[in-house]
Design a protein around this ligand. Structure first.
Ligand code: EPU
Length: 310
């Protein structure tokens, strides 16, 4: 335990909270600094429950509801901006579970699996179709939630079924792809759904061919994105038919700095945490960018990064 003083959710005041969560298959991690759980490296504290046994999730969520404690799901933290004040919500985070299970062209993947590792494990079995996603950081569950995409691939294209804790029924259900809408950086899951595992169906391709495509994507990404700096990927969605990065670049905003946050010189739709930025710095820079783009192009930019405010 980090500090008894730094309690952030009301659940922390419950006696025996660690034992209770353990009984539902969770591990109680109080007042975790979210700057250590996000790729941007900013964000105040929140209580995390690491879910080690997803079978216990229905009871765990019921327990949180019973105590009136709000909760959210924390994935790999690679597309997430958390406010400096921290959160009163309990964050549920799936523990890295079992490995991948292969059956012909199908593969069952736990939501907590790392996306890049999954792409490469599939490649070794001559299963392709996800090469474009190779440099996208984070978990498979996070990628699914946002329908992550790059270089012509969107993860939604290869999904066949999902195992989901449904907030609406309080049960774990198998959901077919037909019943989910995968759109540009958006899906139709409800905020209280928790993705637990996914079944992918992938096209068969020789390993060498997949590897070649992976290399090309890595090269393109290295050349055009600030992969060695702390960021959350693209900050804004591309408005239909337009490129957010191009517009921000054309306005000459690359290199603009607020506190420790800088608009990347390599890709204008990336904000990097270069000098120990606060979340507030990044939010200010985002507001500035939106204002300038709206003034110059009449286009309101929509956040691509998920922002958690108190
Ligand atoms: N451009 C500039 N200046 C810049 C950045 C881009 O002029 O600073 C121009 C490029 O030259 C190109 C166009 O804008 O003509 C588009 O740029 P790019 O190919 O880099 O793609 P993007 O639309 O900016 C999208 C995704 C990325 C994904 C890449 C590669 C969004 C918001 N972004 O970027 O995804 O990696 O394509 O497929 O959809 C993310 O989701 O976090 C992300 C980084």
């Amino acid at each position: 335990m980090r500090s008894g003083v730094n309690r952030v959710s009301s659940l922390a005041q419950q006696p025996g909270v660690a034992e209770q969560t353990a009984a539902f298959g969770g591990e109680w991690l109080p007042a975790e600094p979210l700057s250590e759980h996000t790729s941007l490296g900013v964000g105040g504290p929140a209580d995390i429950i690491r879910v080690r046994d997803t079978g216990g999730l229905p009871e765990l969520v019921e327990y949180l509801r019973g105590h009136g404690v709000p909760w959210r799901v924390l994935g790999g933290g690679s597309n997430l901006l958390v406010c400096d004040e921290g959160l009163p919500d309990v964050l549920l985070q799936l523990a890295r579970g079992d490995g991948l299970t292969f059956k012909g062209k199908r593969v069952e993947v736990p939501a907590a699996a790392n996306l890049g590792t999954t792409v490469m494990e599939c490649a070794k079995r001559n299963l392709g179709g996800m090469e474009g996603l190779i440099g996208v950081p984070g978990t498979v569950g996070g990628a699914l939630w946002m329908n992550a995409g790059a270089y012509g691939t969107e993860i939604g294209d290869v999904v066949r079924a999902l195992r989901v804790y449904r907030g609406s029924t309080g049960r774990i259900e198998m959901v077919k792809t037909e019943n989910v809408r995968f759109e540009y950086r958006h899906t139709s899951f409800a905020p209280d759904d928790i993705l637990l595992a996914v079944s992918l169906e992938l096209p068969e391709r020789p390993y060498a061919e997949i590897l070649e495509r992976v290399k090309q994507c890595n090269q393109k990404r290295r050349a055009s994105q600030p992969i060695n700096e702390k960021s959350a990927g693209c900050i804004f969605k591309n408005p239909p038919g337009l490129s957010a990065g191009k517009m921000i670049d054309e306005l000459g905003l690359k290199g603009m700095r607020v506190g420790g946050a800088v608009i990347s010189e390599r890709h204008a739709n990336f904000i990097v945490n270069r000098y120990q930025a606060k979340a507030a710095d990044i939010l200010k820079l985002m507001a500035l960018i939106r204002e300038e783009v709206l003034k110059a192009y009449g286009v309101p930019l929509e956040e691509e990064v998920i922002v958690w405010r108190r």
